[in-house]
Design a protein around this ligand. Structure first.
Ligand code: SAM
Length: 320
């Protein structure tokens, strides 16, 4: 494996985001901080829950369409994966592609990034693997050592849904720059559906999603010396009809004070910290977002129940 190219998410950046987010009138924490090693473990556990249909359905689409995906990507591609996590779907896609030459996983969760890069390298001997440990919302270039080959962006897991409109557009523009005019992308998007199904997916009976959400406070305690009482907050999933998003919140169970970095943070009973939004798209909405970032949709594969879509996208022609 090539060295991990790294702009590590530092404690300073974490503390700055926590202090900024928790000093706002509507308290908020950026969702990328949900993913330390424990958070990534919990996310993997979520993907195996009955209620969490997105992973199951997306995996089925990728498996059923493996041949078409390989045709779309062409010979000897380089796969660039954003928010690669455990890299489970990656193996499926790499296994389908025709003689892939390189794989560049990009993720903020360093332990998961390194472990999955090693595993993929051992399963695909000869594949060039160059992990990049950084925030995919920051502006960056891919390592110059990435081998030549058609670049295919891969952004599964409906992680695009965690980005607001401005972030999503900037992300898609950057991915287009990374793959170049001759490249392409495969992207998984969760579709709008009845609110009951959506809320169950983000508030499971076993309480795994609750643990995932509460882990952000545990992480503040562990890494920043914060003093949050986890038993004084509860997880809540809410539907925001204006944003078309399931929101995760941590609801304060009492009037209380917590602290981090020597700063006291006050909560009223019922006040919440908004920790994640998962936006849901329909085809037209996603197509117009992607179009504004320089992409056209070549294929939209959807499961038979219409729950999830995998889009194959190509750069729009540049007007000369
Ligand atoms: C919803 S999970 C999806 C994981 C996997 N791709 C899948 O499809 O199951 C989101 C992944 O993106 C990573 N992630 C979230 N925000 C990120 C950011 N701003 N920059 C880089 N990685 C990020 C998380 O660490 C996590 O691995």
């Amino acid at each position: 494996m090539h060295d991990v190219s790294s702009i590590v998410a530092t404690d300073d950046a974490f503390l700055a985001d926590v202090l900024d987010g928790l000093s706002r009138a509507k308290k908020v924490l950026p969702c990328r901080w949900l993913y330390d090693e424990r958070g990534s473990d919990l996310f993997e556990a979520i993907t195996r829950l009955d209620e969490y249909y997105p992973t199951r359905v997306e995996t089925t689409i990728l498996r059923d369409r493996a041949r078409e995906i390989a045709d779309f990507a062409g010979e000897a591609p380089v796969l660039i994966e954003y928010g690669s996590g455990a890299g489970v779907k990656t193996e499926l896609v790499l296994g389908a592609l025709r003689a892939p030459v390189g794989y560049v996983p990009i993720d903020v969760a360093e332990e998961y990034l390194v472990q999955s890069a090693r595993r993929i390298e051992s399963r695909f001997p000869g594949l060039w693997v160059g992990p990049v440990n950084r925030d995919f919302l920051s502006v960056f270039d891919l390592p110059t050592s990435v081998p030549p080959g058609r670049r295919i962006g891969f952004f599964p897991g409906s992680t695009i849904g965690n980005l607001d409109a401005r972030e999503a557009r900037a992300f898609l523009s950057q991915m287009r720059r990374h793959v170049g005019q001759g490249g392409a992308a495969i992207l998984g998007v969760d579709l709008r559906k009845d609110v009951g199904t959506l809320l169950r997916a983000y508030d499971d009976r076993e309480g795994v999603t609750a643990q995932f959400n509460l882990n952000i406070l545990a992480r503040i305690n562990r890494e920043l010396g914060g003093e949050f009482r986890l038993d004084r907050f509860r997880h809540e999933a809410r539907w925001n009809a204006v944003e078309n998003a399931v929101e995760m919140h941590l609801v304060s169970l009492a009037d209380q004070r917590a602290s981090v970095g020597g700063v006291e943070i006050r909560f009223r009973e019922g006040e919440t910290i908004h920790t994640e939004s998962s936006r849901k798209y329909d085809r037209e909405g996603f197509e117009s977002l992607a179009g504004a970032a320089g992409w056209r949709i070549s294929e939209a594969w959807v499961d038979s129940a219409g729950l999830f879509s995998v889009f194959a996208m190509s750069p729009r022609a540049v007007r000369g």
